[in-house]
Ligand binder design. Structure first.
Ligand SMILES: [Zn+2]
Length: 210
């Protein structure tokens, strides 16, 4: 039921969005997704063996697929990687600088020494005020629509945020792979689609607001 509601909401949102951006004279908003890690860098390893690099790549590819399937490619979305390869942080931010996107989203999963740690975190760079609205929308959406514990908006000095302060840019930590419940949850296709829809919905809300 929840999933149906999200689809319906997205459909409503896309209908109004198309009327503005569907016309040829307005270029499509450019978005850069950055699934973290890749290749020899697996990122966090889940208690169930799940690898962070695989989860985040699946999410990015699902965003691309749903943008096409549900929104007729309304957004012009690029990814820093499309397969299991390691891209340096420098190359990731160079792509952002070259594309000058409306929004940059780095996608990660969390891990902690304490098995009980749960929830989502949204990071922005402290000097980048233009990221705050985007970060708030993500934190609220992940909490209210996907029922994740919200660990709050955080400042992080990650290179991918530090070098993308010219744009609204966030780093999402989507669940703890060190927590059994969240590692299991992140293994499901329905969870991947839920994240992807939430990302698209949030982008459309932000861009639609001007
Ligand atoms: Zn990571």
């Amino acid at each position: 039921m929840k999933r149906f509601c999200i689809y319906f909401f997205i459909w409503m949102l896309s209908s109004s969005f198309h009327s503005v951006y569907g016309q040829k004279e307005i270029p499509k908003p450019i978005i850069v997704l950055d699934p973290g890690h890749g290749g020899s860098d697996s990122g966090a390893i889940g208690v169930n063996g799940l690898q962070e690099k695989d989860v985040v790549l699946k999410i990015a590819l699902e965003v691309l697929r749903l943008n096409k399937k549900l929104f007729s490619d309304t957004l012009d979305i690029y990814s820093t990687r499309y397969n299991d390869t390691l891209i340096s942080l420098r190359h990731r931010t160079k792509l952002v600088t070259a594309l000058k996107p409306k929004v940059f989203i780095s996608i990660h999963c969390n891990q902690a020494g304490r098995e009980a740690a749960q929830g989502i975190e949204v990071y922005i760079h402290k000097t980048n005020k233009r990221s705050e609205e985007l970060a708030r929308l993500f934190a609220a959406g992940l909490n209210q629509k996907l029922s994740f514990k919200n660990r709050g908006l955080k400042y992080g000095n990650f290179q991918v945020l530090r070098e993308t302060t010219a744009y609204p840019s966030v780093l999402l930590e989507l669940g703890f792979l060190s927590n059994y419940e969240e590692a299991e949850h992140n293994e499901k296709g329905s969870t991947i689609s839920g994240y992807a829809l939430l990302i698209l919905e949030t982008l459309l809300k932000l861009i639609g607001n001007g």
